[in-house]
Design a protein around this ligand. Structure first.
Ligand code: SAM
Length: 420
């Protein structure tokens, strides 16, 4: 079985390719409909699919059940399973996991409370400041567990010293105090990733590395295989890599898969194609046609080596930017978006419609002029004759150079490169 691989696709399909009882540790953090941050990150269209799909808890559980079955099948008898969720569905999920044909009540180990502080407001209830992580063994008793310890607080150390002090005659003895601290309990105080955090990528559902480090250290050893079937921006696989575990990540979003690849390179210093691989990114024009618009834009801009706009609120006619190679090599400046301070770029506009028309080109011209650009790239499946005429006119009369690029050209270029 291949490890250190990111699979792009629905985990239900990808998990079926993984052999029985081959994985040592599974952590999942699947999205739930009420996760507004998540839907805001993606685009409106995806939000609709999402809300349709998970319109109630029952639908969510129906969606998760076959995926949990697969996860149970691939987990080794000494393996552990962590399901990250919150108040929206945690009790229902526990009932599902407790079923005898899944993990079973007797294999339940902990309800871990991840307690954090964050800005939130409610006049009608106590502030909600924790997530729930349900922890199960495949077979309780056989499962690997490396107990963790926290340091004594100053207060409890002082108290302990008091209790361990014996006075015999004129002599004072301090009996030994275990130097390791106290055993970790099931309430974990770990800060959320704030806007200043170094590890922050801007991916709204990103979990802290410290959280995953704790899980991976407790339930696996070096060399073991860790799997995350809803990998997001890859916190699990980064932690696994840094802790010398093998790993498998799955995410349905090609954008997430690219974010993970970059993060592995930046945070772990490892190289795609040598140390790790991304598999099953969509390749054919037909596959790309049915992509959600935002995913399609990201794919197109990335395919040209550009940088997609982070959040698509109003793109003002520009979906991404292509920077000269020499500028890309420059260091990212603290506090600024990558390339945020670089003014040399070529704007990229992407349209997923069957045919790009003259008005689309005219709008792009406006955006180029506003940004004082003389060159731009327009990506589409096809260009109408009118659109191509307008491109020629703009060059002739206004010295605006727009390169029309079709999706099939990009796909062919990519195939050529992959054959080299
Ligand atoms: C809450 S995020 C995970 C965040 C992650 N724990 C992190 O720290 O970055 C959930 C992820 O599940 C992915 N996802 C949703 N449905 C999926 C499916 N059926 N198969 C695989 N991934 C899926 C989404 O694209 C999203 O990136």
């Amino acid at each position: 079985m291949e490890t250190n691989v990111i699979y792009c696709g629905d985990c239900l399909i990808k998990l079926k390719e993984i052999p029985d009882e081959s994985i040592d540790l599974i952590y999942i953090d699947p999205p739930f409909s009420s996760n507004r941050n998540y839907v805001a990150f993606w685009q409106e269209q995806e939000k609709r699919h999402f809300e349709d799909r998970f319109e109630n808890v029952r639908a969510y559980l129906n969606y998760m059940e076959p995926r949990i079955k697969e996860l149970y099948r691939i987990l080794s008898p000494k393996g552990s399973f962590y399901y990250h969720c919150d108040w929206h569905a945690s009790h229902y999920i526990k009932m599902l996991l407790d079923r005898d044909d899944l993990f079973g009540y007797s294999n339940f180990l902990n309800e871990i409370v991840w307690h954090y502080r964050r800005w939130t407001g409610s006049a009608q209830n106590f502030l909600r400041m924790h997530d729930t992580i349900l922890f199960y063994a495949k077979e309780k008793g056989k499962h690997r567990f490396n107990p963790a310890f926290t340091n004594y607080t100053k207060k409890s150390l002082a108290r302990k010293q008091h209790y361990h002090t014996r006075i015999k005659g004129d002599d004072v003895y301090v009996t030994s105090i275990s130097p390791t601290g106290v055993k970790e309990n099931d309430v974990w105080d770990i800060p959320v990733i704030n806007s200043q955090a170094k590890e922050r990528l801007g991916y709204p559902t990103q979990k802290p590395l410290a959280l995953l480090d704790r899980i991976i250290k407790a339930s696996s050893n070096e060399g073991d295989i860790v799997l995350d079937a809803f990998c997001g921006c890859g916190t699990t696989i980064i932690s696994a890599q840094l802790l010398k575990r093998q790993w498998i990540g799955i995410d349905v979003s090609p954008t997430s898969c690219r974010v993970m690849a970059k993060r592995l390179q930046d945070s772990c210093g490892i190289t795609e194609g040598i140390d790790f691989w991304i598999k099953d990114l969509p390749k054919t024009v037909e596959e790309l046609r049915i992509y959600p618009a935002f995913e399609f834009q990201n794919w197109a801009v990335n395919a040209l080596g550009g940088v997609p706009n982070k959040i698509r609120v109003r793109d003002k006619g520009i979906d991404g930017k292509l920077y000269p190679i020499e500028d890309i090599k420059k260091e990212k400046k603290e506090g600024l978006d990558l390339f945020g301070d670089i003014d040399r770029y070529i704007p990229i506009q992407v349209k997923r419609t069957d045919q790009v028309g003259r008005p689309d080109i005219e709008n792009f011209e406006v955006a180029m002029k506003r940004d004082k650009r003389e060159k731009g790239i327009f990506i589409g499946f096809d260009f109408s004759r009118d659109a191509l005429q307008e491109i020629r006119r703009a060059e002739r009369e206004e010295s605006l150079l727009i390169e029309p690029k079709t999706v099939s050209q990009i796909v062919e270029d990519q195939l050529d490169k992959s054959l080299l």
